[in-house]
Design a protein around this ligand. Sequence first.
Ligand code: NAD
Length: 270
Amino acid sequence: GWLDGRSALVTGGASGIGRAVVERFLAEGARVAVLDASAENIAALRKDLPDVVVTEGDVSSFEDNERAVAATVAAHGGLNTFVGNAGIFDYFAPVATTPGATLSGSFDEIFSVNVKGYLLGVKASLPALLESSSPSIVFTLSNGAFLPAGGGSVYTASKHAAVGLIRQLAYELAPRVRVNGVAPGGTLTDLRGASALGQAETSLRDAANFPDLVRATNPLGIVQQPADHTGSYVLLASPENAAAISGVVINSDGGMQVRGLVQAAGGADL
Ligand code: NAD
């Protein structure tokens, strides 16, 4: 495989896109570790893939990131690729109708996971990455990293912020570490919303029209599944295939970026 003998740590790897990356990396010959907060998702992962090294913890905690890196290095002898992927959504919460205190709480919560989680994961991984051969970092972004209407303002801003992290880290960690991203379009997963918005149990899977919405908003007209995105992560983590690639984001969204999302204006009911 393209990742034979290499060691990877995937945050949010117990579900959805992260879990698909875990399975694909294993198939490409990598040894894989996961940091995830969900005991339920972790139990399923352990049962299905007992070789994966799992740490239960929160990506917004530096100590939990450090524990996950330590477990990875102890089991695999090193760390070649850090995949920042754990994230939460805001289910399009509109600025106009979300109460101020709720909006404030959702900002703190979503930025803690989607932005600080990536930053602290890199900080915790960096010593091990710098000791390994051809190290790389890959973040999961979103169409919301480039376009409005892929979420509410807070989610969109959090994914835009992660583009900034990629660019800064691709500069700051060069020439030793390559840093890139993959930006999926709407994908059928269990993605949850912010507790501050009362969305901790809200899942994309529960929205009956989500597959149709995804199909209607991408030129290829496909309903994206987690496995559809994994080849991009393999490419970016592979020294043979991506030796010259750093600071870029691969849009894995059925071509959405050529035309944008749904409607001309989002404020018709203001
Ligand atoms: P998912 O909920 O299926 O998987 C996310 C995993 O991350 C879960 O196992 C969850 O327990 C874990 N997690 C959440 N918060 C955590 C925290 N604080 N600490 C540790 N683990 C945590 O969702 P998914 O859709 O696979 O999401 C993965 C990434 O993909 C996210 O960054 C999301 O923003 C991004 N994304 C998803 C879509 C989509 O439509 N599903 C589209 C674009 C981007």
